[in-house]
Design a protein around this ligand. Structure first.
Ligand code: HEC
Length: 124
């Protein structure tokens, strides 16, 4: 039993740690990072606040949540929210998309971005 549990832990560590360190973040840690987004965003479908609902955001074209009043910059960006594009945007929202109206300084730590993107990937 203990061996099995340890074996699983090792497998999980391998998957989330070494092999995919760049691409795959830790969703549980990402949920904590998301507390910085909660003032403006929910992960519930259709629940927009100051910002649009982030339910299903990973893989979605930017600026397409029903009923949310986006900036022209976001609406016409032609961006799709791949993990790579999210990473660039969240690092520096103003710099990555000039004219967008998300009043957030950005997540400076790459691991915070990877983790919050992993969390958002699960919200679908
Ligand atoms: C102060 C409020 C605020 C905070 C804090 C904030 N956002 Fe936003 N966010 C917005 C607004 C407003 C928009 C819409 C921007 C526009 O239309 O130009 C937005 C847009 C977005 C979008 C594009 C969504 C779409 O439908 O295209 C993503 C992705 C996003 N935010 C992620 C985050 C994440 C992740 C965090 C936390 C790390 C965060 N935001 C923190 C207000 C905020």
């Amino acid at each position: 039993m203990i061996v099995r549990v340890l074996g699983m832990a090792a497998a999980v560590a391998l998957l989330s740690g070494t092999a995919f360190a760049q691409a795959a973040g830790d969703a549980a840690a990402g949920e904590k990072v998301f507390t910085q987004c909660k003032a403006c965003h929910t992960v519930q479908a259709g629940q927009n606040r100051v910002g649009p609902s982030l339910f299903g955001v990973v893989g979605r074209p930017a600026g397409t949540v029903e009923g949310f009043n986006y900036s022209p910059a976001m609406k016409s960006s032609g961006m799709t929210w791949t993990p790579e594009n999210l990473d660039k945007y969240l690092a520096d929202p103003k710099g990555a998309m000039p004219g967008n109206k998300m009043a957030f300084a950005g997540l400076k730590k790459p691991e915070d971005r990877a983790n919050v993107i992993a969390y958002l990937s699960q919200q679908k």
